[in-house]
Write a protein that binds this ligand. Structure first.
Ligand SMILES: Cc1cc2nc3c(=O)[nH]c(=O)nc-3n(C[C@H](O)[C@H](O)[C@H](O)COP(=O)(O)O)c2cc1C
Length: 173
């Protein structure tokens, strides 16, 4: 799971985003897919610079907080400024400073291609995962079968449909 953050014109902004992937090594680029109804993405696009926070396995609460639409998502959240001026959420497993390179239509989402300007990772921190409608984490390296370990049931965010559909395409998120 990631939280995409930026320093907007009126303060820090961010939203929870699972649709994130590496794209290119040379030049270093990534892609992410904001929903067309996101109210935060236009604020980030206007700045052009943002930070991808890769959440650690103990940060499901942050993922839920940034999946709300509206309100002060940064209330009570500890963060530092990245080199490009975007918020790095304290305790994140890794972060990548990015600049918007291009944006493409993608159905009810858009595909954002971005240049990576800087990054860092916390050795030993493992990422928070979301699978089949619930937060989970990577199995311990020595766990038999390598099955994902559930953390807690997912609480659907306000304004977002519950993720309980039988449609396999919907279950990808
Ligand atoms: C597990 C999970 C994964 C999500 N993945 C995405 C995503 O890939 N892209 C996206 O735009 N929104 C995603 N969302 C929803 C956004 O976080 C949410 O719609 C957004 O924060 C709404 O706030 P906004 O109006 O401030 O943008 C996800 C939510 C959850 C709970």
């Amino acid at each position: 799971m990631t939280v995409i953050t930026a320093m907007g014109a009126d303060g820090p902004v961010g939203f929870t985003c699972q649709a994130f992937s590496s794209l290119s090594l040379q030049p270093p680029q990534v892609i992410l897919c904001p929903g067309r109804t996101s109210t935060t993405w236009p604020l980030i696009r206007a700045v052009g610079l943002f930070c991808v926070n890769v959440l650690a396995e103990d940060q499901a609460g942050l993922s839920r907080a940034f999946a709300r639409s509206g309100g002060d998502k940064f209330a009570g959240v500890r963060w530092d400024s990245s080199p490009n001026g975007s918020p790095i959420l304290s305790g994140a497993a890794a972060w990548l400073d990015c600049r918007v390179h291009a944006e493409y239509a993608g159905g009810d989402h858009t595909v954002v291609r971005a240049d990576v300007r800087g990054l860092a990772a916390s050795p030993g921190k493992r990422p928070l995962l979301f699978h089949r409608g619930r937060y989970t984490r990577m199995a311990d390296d020595d766990a038999p079968g390598g099955a994902p370990l559930p953390l807690s049931p997912h609480q659907p965010a306000q304004g977002r449909a519950p993720l309980t559909t039988k449609d396999p395409k919907e279950q990808m998120r």
